[in-house]
Design a binder for this molecule. Sequence first.
Ligand code: NAP
Length: 330
Amino acid sequence: MIESIYSPAEGRYEAGMQYRRSGRSGLLMSALSLGFWHNFGSISNFQNCKEMIHCAFDNGITCFDLANNYGPLYGTAEETFGRLMDVSMKPYRDEMFVTTKAGYDMWPGPYGNWGSRKYLLSSLNQSLKRMHLEYVDLFYSHRYDPETPLEETLQALVDIVRQGKALYVGISRWPKEAAEFGYKYLRERNVPCLCFQGKHNLLVRDDTSIDTAAANGAGYVGFSALEQGLLSGRYLEGIPEGSRMARREALTPDRLTPELLRKLQSLNELAKQRGESLAQMALAWVLANPKVTSVIIGTSSVEQMKDNLRVLQSAPFSAEELDRIEQILK
Ligand SMILES: NC(=O)c1ccc[n+]([C@@H]2O[C@H](COP(=O)([O-])OP(=O)(O)OC[C@H]3O[C@@H](n4cnc5c(N)ncnc54)[C@H](OP(=O)(O)O)[C@@H]3O)[C@@H](O)[C@H]2O)c1
């Protein structure tokens, strides 16, 4: 069968997507980014991956978030991305903002983990090959390394930009003091940190990182806004077959305690009163903070993505609704 060539929706920039400036920079990010942590690895169906990236791009999502070890298996989400570039996305490279990271275990031995210059530079070279790219738009230090001098990790980020392998750099999951040191170090070398990536959702708050990033002129990109699916309708009636929890991929059934389930059901009632799905309301709550530049969604189907895209039509929260949310979650 001859595959038809992908033509993106002509109205993709008028489909309702918001574009938010990342801190004090020239860079606008789509308020929703598409994440490749799960659902894009070698165990995933390539046709589904293709449909999801097309749906994202057709709806104005310009930001695509990867890391060296996304899959499963490690490295294979970047390989899938490379295939997607080859089959349909390459003509649109300049409309895309592509990010990758290194910081977690990737290959055996002392040079495939944490924050050394050796690891970060080698890893990015590998990522570029897998993704079929000449450069990424942003490269993140994926986590704080307590053993490596911060200057070494940060100087590697500076040099990555100087070598033209990334246009911007960012940090993810760094504690406050290290992040503040990082913002200053990078600013003084004229490679300002574009954004901080952290987990912020109704159940797990990251206000300190958000405020610290904003105070230092960096944006904030949020991940796991649905707490891996808990903050969607996915688990309200049990654990569906094929779900992340059923697959025990980073989300295990012990998380779904009767107490949490009661809270999720109450949140779902509130979402219904707002005329929204729980996922839509949970995303709207994160995006209600103007210091949040983008929220990375991770979907396993086009249907989930379309549900999540409806957040762009969400009404602002009333003070009563925000108060009700805090009452439910306390
Ligand atoms: N910097 C870091 O350390 C870090 C860490 C984690 C994630 N991230 C980034 O953030 C991205 C998102 O993280 P995440 O995957 O944990 O995000 P998430 O949005 O909290 O969870 C995504 C999962 O929730 C379910 N889901 C999503 N939308 C749904 C809907 N409308 N209805 C029902 N279920 C829905 C799907 O689960 P099923 O698979 O069960 O369908 C999906 O795989 C990652 O891909 C990655 O790019 C970064």
